[in-house]
Write a protein that binds this ligand. Sequence first.
Ligand code: ADP
Ligand code: MG
Length: 352
Amino acid sequence: MKLAELGEFGLIDRIKANVAASPSVLLGIGDDAAALSPTPGQVTLITSDMLLEGVHFDLSFCDPRTLGRKSLSVNLSDVAAMGARPRHFLLGVALPKDIPLEFMDGFMAGMLEQAQRYGATLVGGDTCASKGGLAISVTALGEQRPDLVLKRSGAKPGDLVCVTGTVGDAAAGLKQLFAGVREGFLVARQLDPTPRVEAGVALAEAGVVTAMIDVSDGVLQDLGHICEMSGVGARLELARLPLSEHYLAYCGHTDHAPPALWERGGGEGAATGKLYPGNDPFALALSGGEDYELLFCIPAGKESEVAAICASVNLPVSVIGKITTGAGIELTAPDGSSYTPPRRGFDHFGAD
Ligand code: ADP
Ligand code: MG
């Protein structure tokens, strides 16, 4: 069957048929608006992200199921970065008329499997035809106790700067995709990111984090947002940047391996590494977006607690620097010299 035969309302019915009921959804897909019942004592966090064909994704790079997962993941990542639990979401789609029905089926299967994994229910949306490419807009709603919500603005001088997982992978994956590579760890990090929902919620509920953001536009750009909104500066030690072995191999290096904090048992751990000849592995790791890791600040002395929290959700975490009283971000290369990045991070309206 073609999308044209199914029609707008047939497609909405098809989507609705695959959405599981949830006790918090009094009215879901099908009426003029959804009716949700809030969890007592919690506030709602709402966030929206758009994904446009040709800007955010290329249909020749990814299958529909993976695109469906990613479209939700990037929104869940924003909910997680506030320390909130995802609960509900809305899906707006503008579909080229010739898009195969199997594409939509795959896309919805991916989106709904990710929704189920993280406890979010699809409650509505909007569907229209596109005269250009495919456009996807997801609005996600999460909940948390108001006193536990994590903002970008609470970092204090002396705080430690932490990041989960590894950085630079998704940007390297995108470069590989442009070079014709279609699989592997880095490509998967680009096409199918994992929102750090469990970690975000656990960190918020432990009450140890002073400021948090997710890494969507690159470590420098996103730490810059924390610094601006907190009225502080930061100093990062590049030797401590968590870089995956796949990323290092892509950059042509194998000798930068700062152990993750939780593998060091929360201790200081000697920062090892050299300033590399040839390809600079730090440039992309600092400016490359879409890793969807959590970047956050904690008071000094809370390292072991944070290491234990992240270990409990099976996620490495690294201390990569300190918050300072200054403004702006200083970078220290592994040899102790000052480092200037070639590029800061992603800006839709900035120069490439
Ligand atoms: P209205 O014209 O009143 O805005 P629509 O006909 O656009 O209503 O939508 C009918 C119902 O289907 C609404 O409940 C809406 O939230 C839901 N809906 C529309 N498009 C989608 C979609 N892509 N995914 C999920 N629900 C959708
Ligand atoms: Mg509508």
